[in-house]
Write a protein that binds this ligand. Sequence first.
Ligand code: SAJ
Length: 419
Amino acid sequence: MNNQFKHICVIGLGYIGLPTAATFAAHGVKVTGVDVNQHAVDMINQGKVHIVEPDLDALVKVVVAKGMLSAQTSPVAADAYIVAVPTPFKDDHQPDLKYIEAASKALAPYLKPGNLVILESTSPVGATEEMSAWLSEARPDLSFPQQIGEAADILVAHCPERVLPGKVLQELISNDRIIGGMNHLSSKASCDLYKTFVQGACIETNARTAEMCKLTENSFRDVNIAFANELSIICDKLDINVWELIALANRHPRVNILQPGPGVGGHCIAVDPWFIVAKTPEQARLIRTAREVNDAKPEWVIDQVKIKIAEFLQANPEKTIKDVTVACYGLAFKPNIDDLRESPALEITKKLAEQGLNILAIEPNISELPHGLPNNVTLISIEENQQADIHLMLVDHNKFKVNFSIESNYVVDTKGILL
Ligand code: SAJ
């Protein structure tokens, strides 16, 4: 337990804010969680969760029952504030900081000297300075680090989250934490706060470097996945098995290529590199191209399915396109989760359905289809896949790997499951 921060306010109770709030609460810090979503607030106050993350429901139940975590729709006076709101991009890939601005304006009236404000949301370089400027505009009676450095009344830092969906509660504790204070005292205070539960190292830097560090980590992964995705398209042209190729190349001691797939999904890796491109469009050429390569992959997969359909119809001249049934294996954005947000597998399934094909969706991690899919998509179990003419492997769920095979000439395997 830290000495300075007995009560904190976490603004934004989503995939990062809620696990962070619950973990602080479990380590003796009283937490007021804040969210504009009344439904989320009500659920949390009943000890329930509105998002899916392993073990989070049990943790929230305990800390709410103990009175260490409560939720409401507006902030309160506290010792420290953690802002964990979404940072989406606009249509032109420019970052949209409206949620950070709204959170800053909501918490500013409660600030008092000695308070610490931490931005956890993944943000473009300069966003922490912008947040501090919004706070100072709302509270001209207080001083901020951009005005008088170490002597400021309010401490401000960027401490980006780096946890993997599906392992959030473990990684919150075990990962190293980058602590980017707008002055030295802000970094020191933030380290003190996170050391409440972080067992990894808390490493101090400045706010701009911390912002860029988080964007760099996700761009590194995006560029590496783009390399694998580009290889898969090249190998298709050259009649080479890309999975065998990558396994062989990775036997070199300094080569470690990631895996191709139907595209890059989720709410982080497909977004964050654009924040670098938006700030430095002329310099970020490789990072932009990687985004374009990964974003183009779903269309390439759809073209592969169309080629298989043409082959199938040639071999079965009595059938028309309306008779063709395609089984899509997996809808989630990555293996062994039920998270369908920004999923290339879901996007591909929807686009194929829009062509009038009969679609059998096989997603063992969900019990009903999401809204927005045409009604020619039916959710079925793995065992019912025999009726399909074309088989499209989209997600490498463990359930598709064990005791699983498909006897068909019409298979598109984007994840190398049927090697
Ligand atoms: N993917 C591939 N091939 C691979 C690896 C991943 O196609 O070899 C695809 C996945 O199928 C998925 C997408 O990439 O569609 C992203 O999945 P992921 O597991 O790489 O990452 P996320 O989005 O779940 O979480 C990432 C993590 N960042 C890094 O590993 C550098 C996590 O640590 C971050 O905290 C998170 O983004 C975030 O919130 O920013």
